[in-house]
Design a protein around this ligand. Structure first.
Ligand SMILES: [Zn+2]
Length: 91
């Protein structure tokens, strides 16, 4: 899909599989490179899907949320902090 192509291009990493389903978190990335996105993202502005996807793809480079991870996010999605706020604001 369009987002996946765009985000894969940005981050330079390709997940093995992307699934969309109902879940607690917005996204999930496993060590075997399988990414899951929350179905509810469909009701959010498209930028939110992009943010979550970039976040999960960054986990293919850096598996934690440390300073290096944040540097990657700043690089690929400079306004990720605002998008994260937007995402967690309204339900
Ligand atoms: Zn994460």
């Amino acid at each position: 899909d369009y987002f996946l192509e765009k985000c894969t291009y940005f981050v330079g990493k390709e997940p093995k599989e992307v699934k969309i389903r109902n879940m607690k978190n917005w996204g999930n990335c496993r060590k075997d490179k399988r990414v899951t996105l929350n179905l509810k993202l469909a009701k959010k502005p498209p930028i939110c899907t992009e943010y979550v996807l970039i976040h999960e793809l960054c986990h293919l480079i850096e598996f934690n949320h440390g300073p290096r991870f944040k540097a990657l996010m700043d690089n690929f999605c400079p306004n990720w902090r605002e998008i994260k706020k937007l995402l967690n604001e309204e339900q």
